[in-house]
Design a protein around this ligand. Structure first.
Ligand code: PLP
Length: 266
């Protein structure tokens, strides 16, 4: 069922088009499309009931199912509107000092790369984008190339599991293990991964992922494990809402105002 001939009819894409880009504005399979239309109808029928009550229970069910699929606890999943949003929330909520560094590659997705660049300029730390030699010959040479960028200043690693431009699967397990040995925290951009690669988050332990289009079940839902170590008082006001929602595992975005999404908190 996963060959292109049998998959093609499950999409609504004009058959005259050879559609190669499934990242930026990807279509989803017909059963998924029909399902999210069903949800949209449900919202339209009683928006207040849905936003004030139903959505929280539905999200619990969703997180529980996704947690089983990814082998992680449902409370380690937070939904965001998209990976850029998820990565922004992480970047906004970590503290990196002037003499510290973030190690990344020159293969990262543009929006994430730019956010790190901006954050590093603002906070005066070094954002080190290692130039990866292409083509990558094998895992060992990639890892050697990558780790050449590390130093005793490296505090965080930011790297994609599947690279955006080149569609390569990077050896994130090896990177996490070595990073742990060096006392470096790893942030993985896992866009597109859940529907394409088997994931076992418990065994990757404390890995942080932002997940794009999990199995394409929902077109606009993404998630990551929350990094809840920042106190509210340290945060700028617009970020507090985020934090509050993250604590409740309830970040999501629709066409509705964010305020509608706040569950009773206490
Ligand atoms: C590796 C990777 N990270 C992040 C993103 C960002 O996705 P979005 O622009 O939907 O936030 C993409 C988009 O395709 C991607 O491929």
């Amino acid at each position: 069922m996963n060959d292109s001939k049998s998959l093609k009819p499950t999409f609504q894409i004009n058959p005259d088009i050879t559609f190669l880009n499934h990242g930026s504005y990807g279509a989803c399979p017909i059963p998924v499309f029909e399902n999210y239309q069903k949800w949209q109808h449900k919202i339209e029928q009683n928006p207040v009931q849905f936003m004030a009550n139903d959505v929280y229970n539905d999200l619990e069910i969703s997180r529980s199912a996704l947690g089983k699929y990814l082998n992680c606890h449902m409370d380690d999943i937070v939904y965001f509107p998209n990976p850029t949003h998820a990565v922004a929330s992480i970047i906004d909520n970590i503290r990196i000092n002037e003499n510290e560094e973030v190690l990344s590659t020159d293969l990262e997705y543009g929006s994430c790369d730019r956010m790190w660049f901006y954050h590093s300029k603002k906070n005066k730390y070094n954002y080190n984008r290692v130039k990866i030699n292409l083509p990558i010959i094998d895992k060992a040479s990639f890892l050697e190339n990558f780790w050449e960028g590390a130093s005793d200043k490296t505090k965080y690693i930011f790297i994609s599991h599947i690279t955006s431009g080149t569609g390569m699967i990077l050896p994130v397990e090896d990177i996490i293990n070595e990073a742990k040995r060096r006392n470096i925290k790893t942030i993985i951009d896992g866009a597109h991964v859940p529907g394409q690669l088997p994931l076992d988050l418990i065994n990757l332990k404390r890995i942080k992922k932002n997940l794009k289009k999990p199995m394409k079940f929902e077109q606009k839902i993404y998630s990551l494990l929350p990094d809840n170590k920042i106190s509210l008082s340290q945060m700028e006001p617009h970020k507090k809402l985020h934090k509050i929602l993250a604590d409740n595992h309830q970040i999501l975005s629709t066409n509705y105002n964010f305020q509608h999404m706040i569950k009773p908190l206490i």
